[in-house]
Unconditional design. Sequence first.
Length: 74
Amino acid sequence: MTRVLHLLKSDDVELVQHVLAQQCTAGDDVTLVRLPGAATIAAPAGVTVLRVPDDLTYDALLERIFESDQVITW
């Protein structure tokens, strides 16, 4: 199982939702982190959604980046 971390800063979420759904279907462990100013997104079931700094500090975000197998920025 691949640990995938998505960092969302933009407000264009259509492609993001499609990629999240594909990765969940593939059995990946998917986390979406909404950075300040990012759009609200309806993530597929199975995706962990966190907000910086409300749910996750920047220090904790950095740890998650290094723990992930793949990091995708939007």
